[in-house]
Design a protein around this ligand. Structure first.
Ligand SMILES: Nc1ncnc2c1ncn2[C@@H]1O[C@H](COP(=O)(O)OP(=O)(O)O)[C@@H](O)[C@H]1O
Ligand SMILES: [Mg+2]
Length: 365
């Protein structure tokens, strides 16, 4: 299934990526590197500051979904999830599966929140060097070649202390940029990796404009491999840990390290401790919570103290918020994936998972 755009493929290069292959030295990062396969079409690859691929379990269905979207010429893919859930690792794993589809693959982290103009200059610089052709605009390259641009840590361009998806001052032009890539005719693809969904993408998805979003959830039972690899005992308790941390590989690694260090590897001692031991997870959650608005903090605090899933059809009397402020805050917290929906028969309830509730109770008053 195509999208009707004409694709010019007339370049050659010699770069293939394999996740087992280690990354180039920093000074070589902007160059083309790695294996040459004479019989294959050639690809320009610049993984920039992408991390080294690491141990990787499961995610078969997510990889298939992403691959299918790319094969059906989706122009804008957003991968959403809490930190540590595995967005970066998944996307690195995807590259060897789909690299033959593209002329160029570029990975950039927005970790340092580059203004759009400097990001575009950087991308154009790379593309013009590889294609040995100068075109007026990034979109012209995306039309002339099949490029995959991956932008990681996109949440840095959104404001803190405001509802989710609001651009920081000076970064509002990213919105029209994403929209242009989704809407205009080309065969390239932009993957955004983020904690928050850009506002215009929700609207574009509703109009079916070649936009897709993958919300990444935990690893489920395949996270047991993490405990095997760490040499954790008491395998009968592993499922409890996975459930407690919703299969988040970074949180599970952090918990496993604390169990080995503080509890001599005894999961049951860890689980029966007076309160959930957050350890390094506290810092990871802090990064999410420092982004919240005051109204979101109030709602989180109320919800975390309910200790069960609750309805939100009425604003709780306790909260000094207007009904509309309350609903906007709930919606925004849902967009940040900090509150979960629980279906009980035909009733929809909302809850905060235990680790996040524990953090909220101790840190948000
Ligand atoms: N499928 C997986 N199997 C095993 N470990 C994983 C998997 N996905 C992620 N991890 C590990 O979990 C940690 C967090 O992953 P990462 O991709 O950086 O998360 P995110 O980008 O969502 O913040 C990393 O150490 C990574 O190696
Ligand atoms: Mg990441």
């Amino acid at each position: 299934m195509g999208n009707g755009c004409i694709h010019i493929r007339n370049i050659s290069a010699d770069t293939f990526y394999s996740p087992e292959v280690s990354q180039p030295e920093p000074q070589d990062k902007d160059k083309f590197h790695e294996k040459t396969r004479n019989s294959e079409p050639k690809i320009h690859l610049d993984l920039g500051d992408a991390p080294e691929p690491n141990l990787f379990y499961n995610r078969t269905s997510e990889l298939t979904t992403l691959e299918n979207w790319i094969l059906s010429r989706t122009r804008l893919i957003t991968i959403l999830g809490l930190s540590g859930i595995g967005k970066t690792a998944l996307t690195l794993q995807l590259i060897p599966q789909i690299q033959h589809e593209f002329d160029c693959i570029i990975w950039r982290s927005l970790h340092n929140a580059p203004p759009l103009a400097s990001l575009q200059t950087n991308l154009i610089q790379f593309l013009s060097q590889q294609q040995e052709i100068e075109l007026p605009d990034l979109i012209n390259y995306l039309r002339s070649y099949r490029c995959l641009i991956i932008l990681d840590d996109v949440q840095t361009i959104f404001s803190s202390q405001q509802l989710a998806g609001n651009y920081q001052p000076g970064y509002e032009n990213y919105g029209p940029f994403f929209k242009q890539i989704a809407e205009s005719c080309h065969n390239s693809c932009l993957i955004l990796i983020s904690w928050e969904k850009p506002r215009e993408i929700a609207a574009l998805e509703n109009q079916q404009k070649n936009c897709q979003t993958l919300q990444l959830n935990g690893l489920g039972e395949s996270a047991r491999e993490i405990f095997t690899e760490k040499g954790l005992a008491e395998s009968e308790n592993w499922s409890k840990l996975i459930d407690l941390y919703r299969g988040n590989p970074l949180w599970l690694n952090t918990a496993a390290a604390a169990i080995l260090d503080l509890f001599n590897g005894e999961i049951s001692d860890f689980l029966s401790y007076d309160s959930l031991v957050l350890g390094d997870l506290e810092y990871l959650l802090h990064q999410h919570f420092q982004r919240l608005s005051d109204t979101e903090k109030q709602v989180m605090s109320w919800l975390a103290n309910q200790n069960k899933a609750v309805e939100i059809s009425k604003k709780p009397a306790l909260l000094e918020l207007s009904p509309s402020e309350f609903l906007k805050a709930v919606e925004s917290l849902r967009r940040r994936l900090l509150i979960e929906k629980v279906q009980k028969g035909d009733r929809t309830l909302f809850a905060v998972q235990r680790a996040i509730a524990e953090y909220t109770k101790t840190n948000i008053k």
